[in-house]
Design a protein around this ligand. Structure first.
Ligand SMILES: C[S@@+](CC[C@H](N)C(=O)[O-])C[C@H]1O[C@@H](n2cnc3c(N)ncnc32)[C@H](O)[C@@H]1O
Length: 203
């Protein structure tokens, strides 16, 4: 049997007899409000994780707006092969793509912890695969269509990757940011306050 060493005993006695001590009051408060504390810790974890992954990736998991989504839907090309979404966030675009291309495989890559797991929860269609991977490290050579909503730095880096890996005829649709130096096949303007542009390219 474990015996309590004398200094620990002394502390225990001190805390029991001085229950108004701030530490004792704090422990009592924690015991009584355990649910609230767990909830608070979850919120801190959730927000902390989003902030950290935003700093790592250089972009927040802001979803494509409903108006931009409709515009993307209007210009989707006919394709026959895998469709990739780079940075699939909460799964907004992946869900729409899987409904539109019921006979094609839609593969989304996302690194941010909560957006990834929440998108897994809400993307139950058989033709969607969501993977927690950095899209710069995956092979895109089988793509027939690539969809993304990223930021200028990522588009600059992707330009090199696209040039090396994509086969002729591959389509790229990018929300807001174009590929620097490439001439799009089509540019659409979304009817929102930012006049968001949707770029469509064909290799
Ligand atoms: C602006 S959000 C777009 C989310 C979703 N595509 C949409 O349109 O609703 C960009 C997402 O890309 C993810 N991302 C950025 N760089 C990434 C990388 N190298 N690999 C995987 N995901 C990345 C971010 O975590 C973020 O969730």
């Amino acid at each position: 049997m474990r015996t309590v060493p004398v200094p620990e005993k002394a502390i225990l006695f001190y805390l029991i007899f001085h229950y108004k001590h701030p530490l004792v009051q704090f422990l009592i408060y924690c015991r009584e409000n355990m649910t609230l504390i767990i909830f608070f810790m979850f919120i801190v974890w959730f927000l902390g994780s989003i902030v950290i992954w935003t700093l790592i990736n250089g972009i927040s998991p802001m979803p494509t707006s409903s108006k931009a989504l409709l515009k993307i839907q209007e210009i989707l090309p006919d394709v026959n092969g895998p469709i990739y979404e780079l940075g699939s966030g909460w799964g907004t675009l992946a869900r729409m793509l899987s409904r539109k291309y019921t006979h094609q495989q839609v593969i989304g890559y996302e690194t941010s912890f909560f957006p990834y797991w929440i998108s897994r929860l809400f993307c139950s269609q058989n033709n969607v695969t969501l993977e927690r991977k950095n899209f710069f490290k995956v092979d895109l050579s089988k793509a027939t269509l690539i969809v993304c909503y990223l930021y200028p730095g990522a588009m600059r880096q992707l330009k090199e990757k696209f040039t090396k890996e994509l086969k002729p005829g591959t389509h790229i649709i990018s929300n807001t940011f174009g590929i620097p130096g490439w001439i799009p096949k089509q540019v659409c303007e979304v009817d929102d306050i930012y006049k968001t542009k949707i770029y469509r390219y064909e290799i």
